[in-house]
Design a binder for this molecule. Structure first.
Ligand SMILES: CC(C)(COP(=O)(O)OP(=O)(O)OC[C@H]1O[C@@H](n2cnc3c(N)ncnc32)[C@H](O)[C@@H]1OP(=O)(O)O)[C@@H](O)C(=O)NCCC(=O)NCCS
Length: 436
């Protein structure tokens, strides 16, 4: 961290001594005020629920500028990575800091490929679930269960263990998601096939059956790979912060990632694309494109409580750069599958067009987010809506593990332990039961 020449001074209106606080500069983005000595010197905490103004760590992995609509992985714009690299190259970049050369890429791909199978016991573990369990409930359990299987990669303080755990997680997530899906539909699990690409293998494990091979379409394979790249990391969001906090106790890495999966499940985070597809299906049931105007009036009416799902973002107040890329992929996939005239997709395009031109959305800087298009693409590919968040978890696993490993390797790392402003009862005495 580079110290700034400027310092902040905190003064108090009651005459208590003021305090000088150091400021650090990042490579890009806002500076931070270092408050680590605040409690020691003033006896006071800071108050920032939701971390609206708090940097919880320093990181070299991902940078987002929401006003500009910019997303960088290790300094590289997402637009360039999505066009020039595949998902495994992106994983290598996030984990190691640099893009691989051809030899490094082949070695990495080989290592990941050699870890795609899961312990055969995992299927018996899966059997304990109801067939109608939500895939994210199943994934939370399965990822947590990995910690019981791989005893040679559980010491978070050993860099080799951390590396093997990272490879195992990246390699096994597609296998687990596909198993969770097959279990729901009552079909036999399809084992990984190592001569396929990362996304090609996933598609086959999802859609092949022992009686019918699945032919991987290069357009669909590339589309899925792009979904994975675009979801690979997004700096200190809720699930990543959960993984860091959970891992800060020194817990097993698979358990820390399971905590990330649990957090991602929520509709305010990874569950948004599912909500978007459900919204499209509801409008379709009400009459489809003909009802778009009526629906938009409800969205603009503050009392209706209706929101246009897949639009707006807490950080991006400009076009989400991932949404632009996903929109391109969406068109390619619909064309490849001959779905340009599918009523649901026509409806999505009609909504998008109106929203991009409507003053309500323009004035509030509400643009389509990545979830708007990724839901449409996944549905077109044949992925069931409840599985969308599990696909997101699969893709985000590399980000979680890169962030977790960065934290553990940081000499300044401490167990995460927020403070609180206590507003409950002051100390009081317990009365015997008869007197309460
Ligand atoms: C993502 C989201 C929670 C961000 O919310 P936020 O940054 O807190 O923005 P706010 O809720 O303060 O909204 C700002 C304004 O835009 C409006 N707005 C935001 N998103 C909207 C949407 N999707 N549809 C209609 N109006 C929306 C709000 O009503 C508010 O209007 P006002 O200023 O007149 O009161 C929000 O845009 C949303 O709910 N989007 C839909 C869900 C979604 O797609 N989530 C995926 C995120 S990746």
């Amino acid at each position: 961290m580079t110290p700034s020449d400027v310092k902040a001074t905190l003064s108090f209106s009651d005459g208590s001594p003021s305090m000088e606080l150091p400021i650090y500069k990042g490579t890009i983005g806002p500076d931070v005020i270092d408050i680590r000595k605040l409690y020691g010197q003033t006896g006071k905490f800071t108050y920032d629920p939701g971390f609206l103004s708090t940097a919880s760590c320093n990181s070299t992995i991902t940078y987002i500028d929401g006003d500009k609509g910019e997303l960088l992985y290790r300094g590289y714009p997402i637009e360039q990575l999505a066009v020039n690299c595949d998902y495994l190259e992106t994983c290598y970049l996030l984990l190691n800091g640099e893009l691989p050369n051809a030899t490094q890429k082949a070695e990495f791909q080989n290592r990941v490929t050699n870890h795609t199978m899961v312990n055969e016991q995992m299927q018996f573990f899966l059997r304990g679930f109801r067939r109608d369990a939500h895939p994210m409930a199943v994934m939370t359990g399965l990822v947590g269960a990995l910690s019981a299987f791989y005893h040679d990669s559980t010491d978070i303080n050993n860099p080799e263990h951390r590396e093997v755990a990272a490879i195992r997680l990246i390699a096994k997530m597609p296998t687990l998601v596909a198993m969770a899906y097959k279990y729901t539909v009552g079909q036999p699990y399809i084992y990984p096939k190592n001569d396929l690409s990362y996304s090609g293998n996933f598609l086959r494990m999802m859609f092949a059956t022992p009686c019918e091979e699945y032919k991987v379409s290069p357009v669909i394979e590339r589309a899925l790979d792009r979904i994975f790249i675009l979801h690979a990391d997004h700096e200190q969001n809720a699930s990543t912060s959960t993984v860091r906090l959970c891992g800060s106790s020194g817990t097993n890495p698979f358990a820390a990632i399971a905590a990330g999966v649990a957090c991602l499940w929520g509709p305010a985070h990874g569950g948004a694309n599912e909500a978007c597809l459900n919204m499209l299906e509801d409008i379709q049931a009400m009459g489809g494109v003909a009802k778009v105007g009526e629906f938009m009036n409800q969205v603009k009416d503050k009392n209706s409580g209706v929101r246009l799902m897949g639009f707006g973002h807490r950080v991006y107040k400009n076009y989400d750069p991932r949404a632009k890329l996903m929109q391109e992929t969406c068109k390619e996939v619909l064309q490849e599958l001959g779905l340009e005239n599918d009523p649901l997709f026509k409806l999505a395009m009609a909504l998008e067009k109106i929203a991009l031109e409507d003053d309500y959305f323009v004035a509030r800087k509400l643009y389509p987010n990545v979830d708007f298009y990724s839901g449409i693409v996944q549905r077109a590919i044949g992925i069931p809506v409840p599985l969308f968040t599990a696909i997101f978890a699969l893709a985000r696993t590399v980000g979680w593990i890169a962030q977790l490993n960065e934290m553990i390797a940081d000499p300044e790392y401490k167990i995460g332990r927020p403070r609180q402003l206590f507003v409950g009862s002051a100390k009081r005495d317990v009365k015997p039961l008869a007197q309460r």
